[in-house]
Write a protein that binds this ligand. Structure first.
Ligand code: ADP
Length: 286
């Protein structure tokens, strides 16, 4: 960069500013890489003990429910209160442990993707199955919010090739976000096609995203808007992971949103024709 500056002449301010910008991005990228490396190592170390803590807590909870709960009426009021309190506290430990597990898995996932260490599958996928399995995985979230998903799938869609579990991960993430950021509006999952690609959209009538924030939500650890006050907690890694998965499939992911009205997160996937099984003409064989 220094060489470039000397050659282009120090009076050429336009050239100088572009050279300085290049250096900034390099430093930023290096810091980003170091952050991901560090988090990946720490996450690995955290995952094992956390699995034990969570596993044993669930075991204690089950023992408590199996043994103490059926006899709860036989104890005095103080004992009954104590059992309920222990049960509540165990529920909190499990919920927080699961949240931490999600964060650790997300960090490891993005680190693996960025390092090109994911074993991607390529299998035929029926779109209806993709949508149904994603909706099943998020059904508890919908129920908790008293929401009913609306499904609009164009008929006779062709199968696509890709990594089914990873694409379900994308749709689950978009649906979870839609539910998370919607209080009274509706959530629709829509699938349409054009000659070259399929587009899957999750449309919500939630809090929406400001125009200047829309381009940032696919960046790592970005939580936009007034995250600390009026938004549920999250990791800020869900959408960057979705972006990596969709781009691996040769597709694109984007958001259109109006603050206070809702958001539409969409991704497109190229349609790759699945080779048809050749029909054998018996006449030519005889
Ligand atoms: P997380 O939801 O765990 O914070 P994501 O990467 O999935 O991480 O989302 C990043 C941020 O984008 C969220 O924190 C939120 O600010 C914004 N966002 C994502 N989906 C929506 C949505 N459907 N409506 C409003 N804001 C959203």
């Amino acid at each position: 960069i220094e060489q470039e500056l000397t050659m282009s002449g120090e009076n050429d301010t336009e050239q100088m500013s572009s050279a300085i910008l290049i250096r900034d991005i390099t430093v930023e990228k290096e810091i980003d890489r170091m952050k991901t490396d560090f988090l990946s190592t720490v996450s690995h170390e955290l995952r094992t003990p956390l699995t034990s803590v969570l596993g044993f807590t669930k075991l204690i909870k089950k023992k408590l429910e199996d043994t103490l709960f059926p006899n709860i009426d036989t104890g005095n009021k103080k004992q009954q209160r104590a059992v309920k309190q222990v049960s509540n506290n165990l529920n909190i430990i499990v919920a927080e442990g699961e949240r931490l597990t999600t964060l650790i898995n997300d960090v490891l996932d993005i680190a693996k993707m960025e390092a090109g260490k994911v074993d991607w599958k390529s299998e035929p996928i029926v779109i209806e199955e993709l949508v149904n399995r994603s909706l099943a995985a998020t059904s508890v979230l919908f129920q908790q919010k008293g929401l009913e998903p609306i499904i609009e799938i164009e008929p006779e869609l062709p199968e696509i090739m890709g990594d089914k579990d990873r694409l379900i991960q994308v749709l689950v993430n978009l649906l979870s976000n839609a539910v998370k950021f919607t209080n009274e509006g509706s959530v629709t999952c829509r699938v349409g096609r054009n000659p070259e690609s399929l587009t899957i959209s999750v449309v919500d009538g939630g809090i929406g995203i400001a125009p200047e924030d829309c381009s940032q939500v696919f960046e790592k650890f970005k939580q936009v808007g007034d995250t600390l006050t009026d938004k549920p907690q999250g990791t800020g890694l869900g959408l960057p992971i979705c972006k990596q998965i969709i781009e691996h499939h040769g597709g694109t992911i984007w958001v259109e949103s109006t603050l206070g009205e809702g958001s539409t997160f969409s991704f497109s996937l190229p349609l790759s024709e699945i080779a048809e099984v050749p029909t054998i003409n018996l006449d030519t064989l005889l």
